[in-house]
Structure formats: C-alpha cells, structure tokens
Design a protein around this ligand. Structure first.
Ligand code: IMP
Ligand code: MG
Length: 175
C-alpha cells in the first residue's frame, strides 16, 4: 500500500523532536497549568505524543476548522464560530496544529482564541511550510520546516487517508 510514499521525516526523528519541543514548552511555562487547544484532525497524533510529555497540569479541548475538501487545494469557505468546551479566558493557552501552509486556517483559530482573552497565547505546530504563506503568521514552536510538497502521515491526510502512518511522507506528483 505504501510503495509510492517517500519518507520525509522518520518515526524516530519525529519522536526525538517531539521530546525536545516538550522540554522547551515545559521550560517556558515553569510549572503553570496549560490549556491545550488541539486542531482536529491533523494534530491528534502529534498532540497525543506531545501532551503526554508535559509533566504539568494540562486541560485539553479539540477544535475543528476545515477549509479543505477531499483535495489538496483549500476551498477557504467561512468556517463556523468555535464553541470551546473548557475555559479560555485568563488561561495560558497553547494551540496545537499539524501544519501552517497558507496560514488561513490557523489565522482563524488565532482570532477565535484571542477573542476569549487568554492570559497568554502560544502556537505549536508539527510542520511549517513557508512557501505558500498568504497570512503573516509564525508559530512559537515548530517541529520541522518542510518544502513545498503535500505531506502525509502522523496525522496528515490526503482525502482522509494515510493519517495513521507513523512517519511523514510525500507521494510524488501531489502538490
Ligand atoms: P492553511 O490554511 O493553508 O495553512 O492549511 C492548513 C491546513 O491544511 C492544515 O491544518 C492541514 O489540514 C491542511 N494541509 C496543508 N498542507 C498540507 C499538506 O501538505 N498535507 C496535508 N494537509 C495539509
Ligand atoms: Mg488541519
């Protein structure tokens, strides 16, 4: 099934980087509780691994913003307002997402979270793809920078497939 997939970032490299990110995040918050907002569905594996390395109090909520249909091109239709299930106001909020590509998706999430007046707000993404950015956003914590290729695995999909791959790969020919 995986014969056309080229490995870009191995399972082992992901694990090491997640551990390093967790250490960086822990050092920053100095034991304060963290309110983690996890973007569905792409960030689930990343967040599950990262949050289990945070030896501090963590509250977690999931949010879903979808601009992509089944293809690799965003549709950028207006998403619905987010109904957070845990308190945001006055909390130290850490937004966890899979990838910043154009920046439109995370830009929307940032606006929604900031409107709830958190005490502090930071962004952690597994992947950063600078090549197609249209919104000027940079995450505070970045797992890996990736080239302008459509990547899959470790949460990322194409048409909902390949999310469960333990590594990050590229299917040549997809953009
Ligand atoms: P943006 O709004 O263009 O920044 O797109 C962000 C969202 O698009 C991510 O949360 C992913 O769901 C999806 N996405 C962007 N690039 C890729 C990719 O290379 N592989 C898989 N999903 C991607
Ligand atoms: Mg996503």
């Amino acid at each position: 099934m995986n014969k056309d997939i080229r490995v870009l970032i191995s399972e082992d490299d992901i694990k090491k980087r997640v551990d390093a990110l967790a250490a960086e995040i822990l050092a920053h918050y100095e034991g304060r509780p963290i309110t983690a907002i996890v973007a569905l569905r792409g960030a689930v594996f990343f967040a599950a691994d990262l949050l289990r390395k945070l030896t501090t109090e963590v509250e977690m909520d999931f949010v879903k913003v979808s601009f992509y249909g089944d293809g690799t091109t965003p549709t950028h239709m207006n998403p619905k307002p987010i109904d957070f299930q845990i308190p945001i106001e006055g909390q130290d909020v850490l937004l966890i997402d899979d990838i910043i590509d154009t920046g439109v998706t995370i830009g929307y999430l940032i606006d929604e979270i900031k409107a709830k007046n958190p005490r502090s707000f930071k962004i952690c993404v597994l992947l950063n793809k600078d090549a197609r950015r249209t919104v000027n956003i940079r995450a505070d914590y970045i797992g890996f920078d990736v080239p302008n290729e459509f990547v899959i695995g470790y949460g990322l999909d194409v048409a909902q497939k390949y999310r469960n791959l333990p590594y990050i790969g590229v299917i040549d020919g997809l953009k």
